[in-house]
Design a protein around this ligand. Structure first.
Ligand SMILES: [Zn+2]
Length: 154
């Protein structure tokens, strides 16, 4: 499950996996990006409303990380959605990425320019040891389970 922020629609992020977002993202979009949101919703994208307790938890983590003032209400709710749905958050926002990693929420960046650490996590196969950028249920090569870890050179 990928949790999409506004930049995912602006940069035409494509993924062949279930997606989810929140109503606040739609309000940030105009023109073609808004059209892409509506098209994805029509194709089955989940529109999620996170629980208030989860939102509080995200706020606490963001304060501890020093990122809270950088995050909008929409950012906080997207992080809460990723947390509740056990999803990968898709965002280019550094404060969101930082708070997500503090909460063990996997992150996928879109437009990599200016972002040094584009891969926050890698997924390593417990059988053959291959590394993958995306979380899969099983290794596509040997079928063993993948475990999440930080890249060696991060
Ligand atoms: Zn494998």
């Amino acid at each position: 499950m990928y949790i999409l922020d506004a930049s995912a629609f602006i940069h035409e992020f494509h993924v062949n996996e279930p997606t989810a977002t929140i109503p606040g993202v739609r309000e940030e979009l105009e023109d073609e990006a808004a059209y892409r949101f509506d098209a994805q919703e029509g194709a089955g994208m989940r529109i999620h409303i996170p629980d208030p307790e989860t939102i509080d938890r995200i706020r606490r983590a963001a304060r501890e990380q020093g990122d809270h003032d950088e995050l909008s209400e929409t950012d906080i709710r997207l992080l809460a959605t990723a947390f509740e749905l056990d999803g990968t958050i898709v965002t280019d926002d550094y404060a969101m990425q930082n708070t997500a990693s503090a909460l063990d929420i996997p992150v996928r960046a879109i437009a990599q320019e200016g972002i040094e650490e584009e891969r926050v996590w890698v997924f390593q196969c417990s059988g053959c040891g291959r590394e993958f950028d995306e979380d899969e249920e099983r290794c596509p090569i040997c079928g063993s389970q993948l475990t999440r870890k930080r890249p060696q050179n991060a």
